[in-house]
Design a protein around this ligand. Structure first.
Ligand code: IPE
Ligand code: IPE
Ligand code: MG
Length: 251
């Protein structure tokens, strides 16, 4: 693992990594266990990856923990996930704070049960002054929900005369997204072998490098993160330009 870490160019780290933490249910099934057992073990991976990012000096880490569509899962799983969320936040808040990590939440906060909102709010307040890793939890989040909200808010601002249609630019739209305070992710990782975005950061991932691994989330550890970053560092990010233009600009 140290060898992998030493291969990473510390001057070219992604500022923002986003992860779709997928495969808890399948991992549990493979162990002959209930899906909730998988979610429970997934928390260990969260802890390890947050620690790994903080150690490396990554500035932003967004974790997709619960999507808008996940509300449609069986009731016992939804309740189990909410309880796990609360227990985890309660257990980890002090540790996050000690490590100078600032917690953020993106998503439809009001959809979460009251007890979860309260626990999260405490952790948000506790860590609000921290200046290290920004840990962004996507909860009851989906890209389409976010874009719809943004469109409604912009339309409302125009109606009230606060905004001129001619002045609406990319920056305006960005300001109305939940991620207005964060740069776009440069690297998006999805575990467990699925090659899709599943309604995650649809606008923000426009130019992210996508990394897919078959490793199930409960088994994803720092070494897997280092592999993803190394893969990222081997890519040529062209942003629509030609490879030649990119090489000239790098010189
Ligand atoms: C990801 O694991 C966690 C959440 C979506 C909450 P899954 O629960 O989707 O696990 P699989 O994909 O069914 O294996
Ligand atoms: C995406 O995983 C959401 C999270 C990881 C929170 P899903 O398991 O819900 O996505 P699909 O259903 O495979 O597209
Ligand atoms: Mg899944």
């Amino acid at each position: 693992m140290q060898e992998l870490l030493s291969k990473i160019d510390k001057s070219r780290l992604p500022r923002h990594i986003a992860i779709i933490m997928d495969g808890n249910g399948r991992w549990a099934k493979e162990q002959g266990q209930d899906r909730l057992f998988g979610h429970f073990h997934g928390v260990e991976s969260v802890r390890d990856i947050v620690e790994g990012c903080a150690e490396m000096g990554i500035e932003y880490l967004t974790l997709y923990a619960f999507s808008t569509e996940n509300w449609d899962r069986p009731q016992y799983e939804v309740v189990g996930l909410m309880e796990l969320l609360v227990k985890t936040i309660r257990g980890e808040a002090e540790g996050l704070n000690k490590n100078n990590i600032r917690l953020h939440v993106i998503g439809d906060f009001k959809m979460l049960p009251d007890y979860a909102q309260r626990e999260l709010q405490e952790a948000l307040d506790l860590t609000a002054g921290n200046t290290g890793l920004n840990l962004i939890m996507a909860l009851s989040y989906s890209g389409r929900w976010e874009l719809l909200n943004a469109v409604k808010s912009i339309a409302y601002a125009v109606k009230k005369g606060q905004l001129d249609v001619a002045d609406i630019g990319q920056e305006t739209l960005q300001q109305y997204l939940c991620t207005s305070d964060f740069p776009d992710p440069e690297l998006m990782i999805r575990t467990s072998g699925e090659y899709r975005i599943s309604n995650f950061l649809l606008y923000q991932l426009a130019y992210a490098e996508l990394y897919f691994t078959s490793v199930r989330w409960p088994e994803f550890r720092k070494a897997n993160l280092y592999e993803a970053i190394l893969d990222f560092q081997g890519r040529e990010r062209r942003f629509g330009k030609t490879g030649e233009q990119v090489k000239v600009a790098e010189k």
